[in-house]
Design a protein around this ligand. Sequence first.
Ligand code: NAP
Length: 260
Amino acid sequence: MQLVHRVALVTGAGSGIGRATALLFAREGAKVAALGHTADEIEQVVADIHEQGGVALSIVADVAHASQMRDAISAIEAQWGRLDVVFANAGINGVWAPIDELEPGDWDQTINVNLRGTFLTIKYAVPLMRSTGGSIIVNSSVNGTRIFSNTGATAYSVSKAGQVALAKMLAFELARDRIRVNVVCPGAISTEIDNNTVERDLDEVREPVIFPEGKIPLTDGRPGMSEQVAALVLFLASDVSFLITGTEVWVDGGESLLQG
Ligand code: NAP
C-alpha cells in the first residue's frame, strides 16, 4: 500500500477519473476527502470507499467558490490535521462552439470551474500541506497541451493550457516546502464528461481532418478507462515519484501524437 497514513483530497470525486482515483487512493491506505458539488454522488463514493474498508470524508463544495474551498480545507484539517496529496481534477467541457457563438458567459464558466477552481483548490490546500510536504496532481488534457485541432474547444483548451502554467509556476515556488506539482494529460477517457458538454454548430468550423483507422494507436481507437488515469495519479502521488515535479505526463494511448 503506497499511501498509508496519508490524507488525500480529490476534487470532482463524484464520477469518472476523480471517482476512480478516490477509490484507488483509499485502497492504497489513504484517508480520502472526496469533494464535489453534487451531494448524492459524493456520498455514494464515500459509501463505496467505506464498503471496501477504507476511510473517507464527503465534502460538498463548488471548486470555483473561494469561501467554499477555504471551508473544505478547514474541514480536512479539523478531521485529520494534515493533507499530503491533492488531485485537482474537477472540470467541465463547457460550451464548444465557433468564436462567433462562444458567449462571454460560456468562456467565464469554463475558465472559472477549470482554471480558477484549480487555483483555489491549490491555494487553500498549500498552507495545510506545508508541515509535511506532499504531492499535487492537476488534471489537464491533451487539448491545450498537444492537440489544437479540436476547433470550438477554445475556452476548454485555454483552461487546460493555463493549468499547466499554474502547475509549473507552483512546482518551482513550492519545491522549498517539499511539495511537488505535476500534471496528467488524459486523452479520450470514457466518463460522464459528456453530461458537462454543450456543442454548438461545430460542423461549420471543423476542418475535415482524416485520421488513420482509429484515433488511439495503442488501443485500436478504444477510449481509455478512468482507472488507467488513476494509476498514473497514484504514481505521482506516491513516494516512488519523489524526484518528479513540474512536468506533464500524457496518458492517451498515443492519441496526441497523431494529432499534434
Ligand atoms: P466527469 O465524470 O464529468 O467528472 C467531473 C467531476 O467534476 C464530476 O463529478 C462533476 O460533478 C465535478 N464537477 C464539475 N464542476 C464542478 C465544480 N464546479 N465543483 C465541484 N465539482 C465539480 O468527467 P471526467 O472525464 O472524469 O473529468 C475529470 C477531469 O478530467 C476534468 O478536469 C476533465 O477536463 C479531465 N479530462 C477528461 C477527459 C475525458 O476524456 N473524459 C480527457 C481529458 C481530460 P457533477 O457531475 O455533479 O457536475
